[in-house]
Ligand binder design. Sequence first.
Ligand code: SF4
Length: 386
Amino acid sequence: MDACAESGASRREGTLMLHLLGRCNLSCLHCYMEGSPTRREHLPLEHVLAAIRECEPLGIGSLYLTGGEPLLYRSIEDVLSAATAVPGLQITVCTNGMMITPRHAALFRKSNARVNVSIDGDRAFHDHFRNQQGAFRASEAGIQAMVEAGIAVTVVTTISQGNLSSMASVAEWAAQVGAVEFRVQPLLKLGRGTSMTDQFLTMAQMDRLLLELSDLANLYRATGFRCNLVGQNRKFLLAHPCGAYVCNGTGCHRGVAKEIKKLVVREDGTVLPEVTNLSHEFALGKLGDAPLALLVSSYLNDGYARFDHLCRETYANILPTWPSIYIPWDQILAERSHHWIPRPDAAILPLERRSDPQCGVTGAARGLSLDERSPFMIQETRTLEN
Ligand code: SF4
């Protein structure tokens, strides 16, 4: 999957993320989906179209089309056309941008789709990180074709030890090429990224990155070009646990007993709540086995409690002592989910009625003091770029 950094900005609050296939034309060093040219899993078109038809009744307002490389999905035009027919559905395509043709650009334009493209540094660094000579030039050409077609392109950059010092120059390049936004994703310990042990940022580097990105955001603010960070802010999650999927129990001020804000459909059809790399033990089921609405309602009755327990226990154990303002919440949850054994005696975040009317993932984006959230951090992002 590429550059799938969500921003969430629709009337309907739910998100559906479709990993259409595992195959990719690249095999990037850090890919958390472990995409590669040899992967064969893909979602059957009829199941994809059925899921898209359910978006409106399920309250889903944001659809992410990703992979692998979604442009390799044979029926991508049919998928876009079905999604365009759903009223109020905001489509985002997450791609490495290398295979964009004017025909794709016209298609995205017609679908009013946004497009996220990953660029990880200058030409040499990007080609190294993306494991292919010529990758930068091809992605740049793809971005240019989309900008010319009037598409809102976001450049998403994975930051590691190797390119931390070039963040400002990548932002400058993105602004010049005509992107509307620059998003920074710190390298994650997921998928192939797990083995890049010498490339993860230290906590001190993370804090410095936040300051530098804040400066960049200020520098470009007047031009309309936005600079953001993909991920979550510890203070924000402490104030608003529902951002970590743990405030949505019976005590929630919204009166929501159980809730899934995002459905992730993996390339093999496994439907997961909220987090792309979650262990499949927490799955709702398989796409195509039943309508999504039925998978959701069955899960809320049986299965959700286990996920809720994982989230609450992780929250109670990790968040209060986390030493940085930035917390890769989904990575932490995903890592834990693979070896988690519920401990009835463990500390978990209790259900409690919260009086804060801003508590809620969507409401969180409004009216918080800068103490509670960094002004440039994407609070609503829950699945991170790869
Ligand atoms: S990071 Fe994106 S472009 Fe790279 S292998 Fe993974 S899916 Fe493909």
